[in-house]
Design a protein around this ligand. Structure first.
Ligand code: FAD
Length: 640
């Protein structure tokens, strides 16, 4: 299959595009909607909101998750908040400003029309969630409260203490459950999608593996939506839930869906630093803490005193010093690199000298402990449980970690991938954030895609299929895909080597972190591209999966996911190597300003790189979607 990248951006001025689209798109009438079956894979914020809304509209929906309950999706972990251009604070916010901040935050590498629509729809999300009973924080007079997040000079982040994702997911889940109860959604849990099936060039369904019994099954539908989350766990250590993986997107990629900008990964500046080599998870400390916490390191790399004993004039509040106008709320990519520079410079703190301080003493002095505790107590308690240190007494120690992936399946304005009938929503697609995502905008995008975009944009595709039957799951394409998946999983079991999937994951993650992490070089990427295939070969020969394939076997599940991470890792490095510029989270050391900031090359790289699977993970085919800005002008991104 050869790929064509038609972004399908609607005609008209930027601010009218979405309105024009809605007014002129093809519709499916209410009586016909029930004739269409849609599979939604994933029940996080993007998948749950899409399933609930599509079912509410009258489509037959089947929703799949590998969790025991939709409520265990990784979205539950989101802490800090969700953006919306409501301007409740009267501090100068607007749809345009949110749009501009997002384009600038993404280092001018996002698609302008999608980003504008995201900002436009943001205001509806809050109303929708409030109507569903999500308990957002409120001010004394009853108005919804807001706080600030990185890369913005207004307060537009709505939150529910440090549990915003949990409260939002409960809201979306309850709408989904209502539709399950009404019989409009069939929910499949503990079931993993292991392949996508195309018939005559159109997506016709999926193949699944039941995680309890190991049974493979085919499911057909008129359209499939993947809302399967991001691939941050490719780094092994990340803030993502342990189960997050890239297999659904990767399997779709192998079936013809282009993968866009895989090298755009986000390293979040405020995570608890790694404590030892055998740690398997890193914990995020929400960006909201940077509203009141001040980041610093001792000026002297040989400093040995405890934080409190280091006098003010011997501390370097480096973000406030380098970026006076945004200070501690500099965007994530900028703040992460600054922390790395400080630690590389020997100024790191903590037993391994691998962190920087996030200090609340000034806020406690200014606002009182009660106010600070009210704002952040659950985060403080989480930090203390993990480190044994009380942030009220000692500054937190933080360091950047893999957190979010801006790359993902390429989608057009309708959220359709390069495979007709295969749509992609939420973190799994590449759409709105360019080369760096601003804080509190992933929840916004997931819910925008699921509640407000996909329910409109899926209709034109379906309308063409009216009165055509649901593709037949007994078609040979399904049996072939099922047989292939079975052979693959039996293969993992039969290798009989000596190393666990976790071993290979840790080694792979180390290579990707070292060479395709916060800083990349041509030499390092070339090295990664020789080491990853060699390690993959070792995986194929020396993998050991214990147990069998007919009952719960998490080692077997992991083997499949890590096999896919290997191929994705190769694509990430290839993408990073080919993008000869620095932009957002993609920092090529060869391309930086004299002050160490990212140096873009707009002439040659103002495009989305969308990769086509060629059958050989080391030889993917690169396509380009030019990024044409009608309203925004390229500018050097500055937070000074
Ligand atoms: C610790 C943390 C805190 C965060 N805080 C914030 C925040 O405050 N604000 C913000 O905007 N963003 C935040 N983010 C980012 C945000 O949480 C995520 O980007 C977002 O929740 C992703 O939602 P999603 O619906 O796209 O995917 P997910 O929530 O990851 O859901 C994926 C779903 O797909 C299913 N799935 C995946 N693969 C398969 C398969 N093969 N078969 C079957 N099912 C499958 C899973 O079971 C799950 O249901 C945070 C992220 C982390 C890690």
């Amino acid at each position: 299959m050869s790929i064509t990248l038609d972004s399908k951006i609607p005609e008209g001025p930027l601010a009218d595009k979405w309105g024009n689209y809605i007014a002129s798109q093809k519709l499916v009438n209410p009586a016909n909607k029930r004739k269409f079956k849609i599979i939604v894979v994933g029940t996080g914020l993007a998948g749950a909101s899409a399933s609930a809304t599509l079912a509410e509209l009258g489509y037959q929906v089947e929703a799949f998750t590998f969790h025991d309950s939709p409520r265990r999706a990784h979205s539950i972990a989101a802490q800090g908040g969700i953006n919306a251009a409501k301007n409740y604070q009267g501090d100068g916010d607007s749809v345009h400003r949110l749009f501009y901040d997002t384009v600038k935050g993404g280092d001018f590498r996002g698609r302008e029309a999608n980003t504008y629509r995201l900002a436009e729809v943001s205001v509806n999300i809050i109303d929708q969630m409030v109507a569903q009973g999500v308990p957002f924080a409120r001010e004394y007079g009853g108005m919804l409260a807001n706080r600030s997040f990185g890369g913005a000079q207004v307060s537009r982040t709505f939150y529910a203490r440090g549990q915003t994702g949990q409260q939002l997911l409960i809201g979306a889940y309850q709408q989904m459950s209502r539709q399950v109860g009404l019989g409009n959604i069939k929910l499949w849990n503990r079931v993993e999608m292991v392949d996508v099936v195309n018939v005559d060039g159109q997506c016709a369904g999926i193949v699944t593996r039941d995680l309890l019994t190991g049974t493979f099954e085919s499911h057909s539908a008129h359209a499939v939506v993947l809302a399967t989350g991001g691939y941050g766990n490719v780094f092994y250590l990340s803030t993502n839930a342990m189960n997050c993986n890239a297999s659904a997107a990767w399997r779709a990629h192998r079936r013809g869906a282009a993968f866009a900008n895989p090298c755009y990964t986000q390293i979040h500046p405020t995570c608890i630093p790694q404590a030892d080599d055998f740690q398997s998870k890193l914990t995020l400390m929400s960006e909201s803490l940077r509203n009141d916490g001040r980041i610093w390191v001792p000026k002297d790399p040989d400093e040995t005193r405890r934080a409190r004993e280091v006098p003010e004039d011997e501390r370097d509040y480096y973000l406030e010093r380098i970026y006076p106008s945004f200070g501690n709320l500099a965007p994530r990519d900028v703040a992460s690199r600054a922390a790395k520079r400080a630690v590389d410079n020997g100024q790191g703190v903590g037993p391994l000298k691998n962190g920087v301080y996030l200090d609340f003493s000034a806020a406690i002095e200014r606002l009182g402990l009660e106010v600070v505790w009210e704002r952040y107590s659950n985060l403080f308690e989480m930090y203390e449980r993990i480190t044994g240190e009380d942030p009220r007494e000692m500054p937190m120690r933080i360091y950047p970690a893999s957190h979010y992936t801006m790359g993902g399946l390429w989608v057009d304005y309708e959220l359709q991938t390069t495979v007709p009938g295969l749509f992609c929503a939420g973190e799994a697609n590449f759409s709105d954030h360019g080369a760096n995502r601003l804080g509190a905008s992933a929840l916004m995008q997931g819910l925008s895609d699921g509640y407000f975009v996909l329910p409109y944009t899926i209709a034109p595709y379906l309308s063409e299929l009216l009165n055509k039957p649901v593709p037949d799951a007994s078609h040979e394409a399904f049996s072939a895909a099922e047989a292939e998946a079975k052979t693959r999983f039996e293969g993992y079991l039969s290798i009989g080597g000596t190393r666990t999937p976790d071993h290979f994951h840790r080694e792979l993650g180390r290579i990707i972190w070292d060479y395709c992490g916060m800083e990349r070089t041509e030499q390092g990427l070339e090295k990664a591209l020789s080491e990853i295939p060699a390690l993959h070969e070792e995986f194929r020969k020396d993998l050991r999966v214990t147990g069998d394939g007919n009952s719960i076997n998490q080692t077997l599940e992991k083997a499949g996911r890590i096999d896919d991470f290997f191929e994705l890792g190769m694509l990430m490095c290839r993408d990073a190597l080919t993008r000869e510029e620095s932009a957002g989270g993609h920092f090529r050391a060869e391309h930086q300003t004299d002050e160490g900031e990212a140096l873009r090359d707009d002439e040659n790289f103002a495009h989305v790189a969308a990769w086509e699977w060629s059958g050989d993970p080391m030889a993917p085919v690169r396509h380009e979607e030019p990024l044409e800005y009608e309203v925004v002008h390229f500018a050097t991104r500055s937070y000074k």
